[in-house]
Design a protein around this ligand. Structure first.
Ligand code: NAP
Length: 551
């Protein structure tokens, strides 16, 4: 697959350009939003920091980057022609395929004409006098828009921990989500990597095969499941395409935004240990997230969860030859699935290689970065040529805060959410009229197959704007009561699960000082969609609608 990087892009906006909608971000969310806005005759400009489309799949080009939702489902469904014509090369697509697909979407729907690349939104202020958003960029654009739509993703604000001495390091260092387009020559190098989340697990597996020596600095071990990825079987693909509408509908009504063959009916505690392990083995063989759907209560009962956690720990112990390393890699102290489950292609086997060393930085923390590498609290030094930070993101709220959003009464989003994000449906927040968040906090977002959730939000937002137009209205803002009730509901359903029992980025626990609030909506994609549809059918219940005096 090939595509052009030097494609045409929208001409820079001039000062005080007036437009109906500004969309921030040109990943799948921003691109589909632009497409739908055009369809309903709403003028739009997309600002994108990168110099190409694809969002996550533009930025995360580290070795081994790959999606862990099935390719046939991690794609856009709005164009049946595109759905039929596009071919995926593997069951789980690598970054290169997803970036090529994103470029295909942009080309196919001529989206670049309205996307301004290489441009970061630095300020988005609601002007109460004109009831418009004034958006400013790092390139000096100043645009006045009726609607502000955020499509910057949940995991785009990179987190490089504030390690002492980082500026003194004489080698090269990279954050995985800012990996150079031209790649990094790892051959013959001593590489250190900090972080063993989904990203680290993929990067470690891939880099170990290239480098001279890899030192992995692990603070918290993660549960990781085999993807069992393989080349796409053309018969499977044909079969899937023949029933695409049905598959998509099942995904939309599912819990996690991807089709599930059969939902579990039994508790893990209702069956014998032997029977349970048989079920786990079968699910392990199918790969990826199938395991977590083995029984009804794995995410709500600690006792049930203990059985699956021990099953996975035993898999790790069987795979990793050195028992000390195996025990260090076996996650303990939090339920399986409460930190984002990882999916891998030979991660644990990587530790059987002679050129890979695991270093525990939980009991003996990283003290500082030196000119030559990493120093731990006890004074042990690890010299490296290249240091890789797979240290994650300021998730969900981070990308929004970096846009400098200020709503009514001069209140910044950051100040409003000082104690954690508060939204209505994860789409809207009181005090910020005509601002829509695609996959914002309080929606299923990161707990779902993202493309399903992105399309649902974009369609809902498009319908809402169309409704306003049809009724000669142009103002929409969540009401306080609706927001309070939604926040209460989001917390209530999260508290019924085991999710709050881990220090995860879902709770903001990875960022020092971030309030501990469970951010995504755990009630399920299908239920959530029904709630959103009901709100729309009831004339946007929970929103205050109005018309600006001049409209
Ligand atoms: P992450 O899950 O937040 O992992 C960051 C890692 O860095 C953790 O192991 C963390 O340890 C470690 N870390 C952070 N600060 C540290 C410090 N000061 N000292 C030592 N270690 C430190 O980030 P990620 O791996 O980039 O993944 C983020 C999310 O992106 C995933 O959960 C997933 O949703 C998405 N993602 C998806 C895919 C995919 O679809 N295939 C691939 C990659 C990422 P602690 O756990 O102790 O904090």
């Amino acid at each position: 697959m090939s595509y052009q990087h030097q494609n045409p892009t929208a001409a820079p906006a001039t000062k005080h350009t007036e437009i109906d909608a500004v969309v921030v971000g040109a990943g799948f969310a921003g691109m589909y939003m632009l497409h739908r806005l055009r369809e309903i005759g709403v003028s739009a400009r997309v600002f994108e920091t990168g110099d190409g489309v694809g969002g996550t799949w533009y930025w995360n080009r580290y070795p081994g980057a790959r999606v862990d939702s099935p390719s046939m489902q991690y794609s856009l469904s709005f164009s049946s022609e595109m759905e039929q014509e596009w071919n995926w090369s593997e069951d789980y697509s690598p970054q290169q395929d997803l970036e090529a697909y994103a470029n295909h979407v942009a080309d196919r729907f001529h989206l670049r004409d309205d996307i301004q690349f290489g441009t970061r939104v630095v300020s988005s202020v609601y002007d109460e006098a004109t009831e418009r958003w004034i958006i400013e960029t790092d390139r000096g654009d100043q645009v006045s828009a009726k609607y502000l739509i955020t499509a910057a993703g949940c995991l785009s604000a990179t987190n490089v921990p504030n390690f002492k001495g980082i500026e003194s390091f004489e080698g090269q260092w990279y954050h995985t989500s800012r990996w150079p387009r031209e790649g990094v020559d790892l051959k013959g190098k001593r590489v250190g990597i900090i972080g063993t989340g989904s990203t680290g697990i993929q990067a470690i597996t891939a880099m170990a095969k290239e480098v001279d020596h890899l030192t992995v600095f692990q603070r918290t071990p993660n549960f990781s499941l085999p993807s069992n990825n393989k080349k796409m079987d053309p018969d499977y693909e044909r079969g899937w395409k023949a029933r695409y509408p049905e598959h998509r509908q099942n995904a939309r009504e599912s819990r996690g935004g991807a089709e599930v063959i059969a939902y579990p009916q039994q508790s893990a505690l209702e069956v014998s240990e032997e029977e349970r392990n048989k079920v786990y083995e079968a699910a392990w063989g199918q790969g990826a997230f199938t395991l977590i759907a083995s029984f009804t209560d794995l995410m709500v009962s600690k006792e049930a969860n203990d059985t699956i956690a021990e099953f996975v720990r035993n898999k790790i112990r069987q795979t990793v030859k050195d028992p000390v390393t195996a025990e260090l890699l076996a996650p303990k102290g939090y339920p399986l699935g409460t930190k984002r489950l990882c999916v891998d292609t030979g991660y644990f086997e990587t530790y059987n290689r002679d050129n890979v060393q695991l270093v525990d930085v939980k009991t003996n923390q990283i003290k500082e970065i030196t000119t030559r590498g990493v120093r731990l609290e006890d004074g042990t030094d690890y010299d490296v040529d290249i240091l890789v930070f797979a240290t994650g993101f300021d998730a969900m709220t981070g990308p929004l805060f970096r846009m400098g959003i200020v709503g009514k009464d001069g209140l910044s989003l950051q100040d409003k959410w000082d104690a954690g994000p508060r939204t209505y449906l994860g789409i809207s927040t009181v005090g910020f009229p005509n601002m829509f968040m695609i996959t914002g906090p309080g929606s299923p977002s990161v707990l779902s197959n993202m493309t399903t959730s992105i399309e649902q939000h974009v369609d809902w937002i498009t319908d809402a704007i169309s409704y306003l137009k049809r009724n000669a209205l142009d103002k929409i803002e969540a009401t306080q009561d609706a927001e309070d009730r939604w926040v209460e509901h989001v917390n209530e359903v999260a508290d019924k699960t085991l999710y709050p029992h881990a220090n995860s980025w879902y709770l903001g626990a990875n960022i020092p000082g971030k309030p501990r609030v469970f951010m995504p909506y755990v009630g399920g994609v299908g239920n959530y969609r029904r709630k959103c549809d009901e709100v729309a059918a009831n004339d946007y219940e929970g929103f205050a609608l109005g018309a600006t005096p001049s409209s």
